[in-house]
Design a protein around this ligand. Sequence first.
Ligand code: LLP
Length: 417
Amino acid sequence: MLDSNYFYYTDKRLNCDEVRLEELASTFGTPLYVTSSKSLVDSYNAFEHAFRALPHFTCYSVKANFNLSVIRAFAELGCGCDVNSGGELYRALQAGVAPDKIIFAGVGKKHEEIMYSLKCGVFMLKAESISELRSIDRIAGELGKIASVALRINPNVTAETHPYITTGGSKEKFGIDEAEIPEVFALLGQLPNLRLIGLDMHIGSQIFDPEYYVAATVKLLALFNLSKTLGFAVEFLDIGGGFPVTYDPLKPATLIERFAEKLVPMLQPAGVTVIFEPGRYLVANASVLLTKILYKKRNHAGKEFLVVDAGMTELIRPALYQSHHEVQAVSRHDKTVVADVVGPICESSDFFARHREIDAVEEGELLAVMSCGAYASVMSSNYNGRLRPAEVMVNGSEVKLVRKRESYEQLILNELL
Ligand code: LLP
């Protein structure tokens, strides 16, 4: 069971802050994403505290959870944003983030997106190839602007995590090959509409071992020193995101302080501002996905299934990355059963938990799928004609609807007969 200050039992009933999850289900229906806004604030403060000795600027990676209210919660704390598309940029702006606090990343930015970001004056664009640098230079020239850019390097460090979310190795599409960087420095002299202000990396996500960051930072610092000898005035070193959270209490994540202990002394002497782009760390454990048990059934082999009203359309992580999410009964029972918790989608990969010991819940009761703040709602889909759930945010005893449930009309809104 994932114990937290934000989701906890009183009288055998699960609460979010001071609100019973049962109450939220009866008011807003299920499936429902429930976010504790205190948890967002506390995670951000914990991150800031860990890196307090370093001049830094934290940019929340909105891809983890792009709900406008979530983005705004961080913006109100002074946090910037890391966006990966024109759509995320639009969301950040709509949430009230100042353009000069937004960094624009992405391995395949379209020309329209580059144009959009330059027009609204983002803080910097992170370029991932020579061709992209040429495009940014040309578009900036057309607009009569000088674009502030960072070079995303691929440090050739393969961090141990799920293979789909490691990004810093030589097999991956991300970043400019470290060996190519000297050539890029030479090229920058011929691109008059660019100003190199940063060097950047992002080696992956849910990385438990700080040593991977150390290895990649060594490479980044070497290139920083080279940039100085060549006369560039690089002011920002961007370390990326990827800091881990606990999904499974049996596999607790490395504390953020362990990363800070290694990185702060390495980066301090550079005398630059360090940028961090945490996504998951700030949001993963702030939300649960609340779902109702529709049916219980048992097969000839004695296997027990709990069929619930949420599925891989609302949380694809178990199907895509075999990831573990705790599943907790909203009303506790003294007895337990071993069951598969499965959704209504017509795919065998549509499950939240397999062969899991769980409270002996009945049909009609509620389950909370834990740690659904990151990469859950943002990766949701309309597959099988599913309606995206509502989202609520809880602060103490206050509850705010921050996303309405989709309707059938919205499902066909863009289609023409
Ligand atoms: N910066 C860049 C350039 C990124 O690509 C990412 C995540 C982040 C920052 C934030 O990483 P975080 O701190 O959240 O680990 N869907 C996967 C995770 C994909 C991560 C993609 N990039 C999952 O559910 O595990």
